[in-house]
Design a binder for this molecule. Sequence first.
Ligand code: NAP
Length: 353
Amino acid sequence: MAEDHRIPVGVLGATGAVGQRFAQLLADHPWFEITALAASERSAGHRYGDICQWVIPGDPPTTVRDLIVRPLTPDLPAKIVFSAVPSDVAREIEPQFAQASYLVCSNASAFRNGDDIPLLIPELNADHHTMIARQREQRGWPGLIVTSPNCTITGVAMALKPLDDAFGVRQVFMTSMQAISGAGYPGVSAMDITDNVIPYIAGEEEKFQQELAKLLGHVSGGVLTPAGLTLSAHANRVPVLDGHTVSLSVGFERHPTPEEALEVLRAYRPPEVCAGLVSSPATLIRVRTETDRPQPRRDRDATGGMAVSIGRVRPCPILDLRMTTVVHNTLRGAASGAILNAELLVAAGYAEA
Ligand code: NAP
């Protein structure tokens, strides 16, 4: 796409931890141009560079620093909007934007489980965008909503999709070690997280089963059949800044050896459409063979924070295999993942209407 034909895009919740990632990543995007930043009444009317408490490395990009933050109303000069607002706010405003013809790429959980709302990781389930026709028919929206999954289950799904295709995933037992940035800014207090592990994240464990089954499910005629798997999870907040680690035990219909699983992981190829999407990484799954990898500090930035790193693939005495995954929660698990979804929408022609 030529630079002078870039599509105008807006960010809802632009001042938050994920919103800042959007501002940073979109500043140099070849297909998209940021034309609007929106946030709460607290921020609206102020210059972005002044009101935004910048919490990620670097400075606010010069292209957005001087933009005046707008309120979260569906009158932004944009075609696509990236939503990074709290879920209760998303539930109210995202349909207003879809009703007003915007293509909404959401990071919030509000609509992830709707049976006509795609939950997308394009390299796993690009064809799930075909649910949109039914969404528009049922809801009467000229625009649309697509969602990105929970940041923790994103890495798990990326690791399990190839294994599910080859061997059929049936049971998943997972313990997550989730980074502080996953709670947004200011998030958990230093007094709570320093020298500590918090064995509870509100609402988190419930999301994992539903979202993994949806991500690995099949869509036919616009209707989703979720994958038939059972999941048991323990969600923990740990004193890591970025990067969610998950320890997994997995049971399969056909019982692979670690070697067979590794071969399948290395051989996985995303759907063809992904080759044309600028944010889709050359290497999606990085297999680590060292005994002590993956680790969040060393592996979260793999291929620009877009890959899942997977290691410690070994037998499990209870299920079939054990393994560990690491994924960057605010990049692949949030902003970069949603930008990739928008690229898929453009490639599939939704931005043309
Ligand atoms: P955050 O740092 O708390 O930022 C929230 C943003 O929403 C800010 O721009 C804030 O604007 C705005 N906002 C907050 N309350 C509002 C209200 N009542 N009305 C209107 N706007 C309001 O949160 P975050 O971590 O960026 O998360 C944003 C969304 O992404 C959430 O739904 C979260 O679950 C999801 N998500 C986060 C991650 C992650 O790793 N952090 C990963 C995946 C998905 P002001 O600054 O003006 O208050």
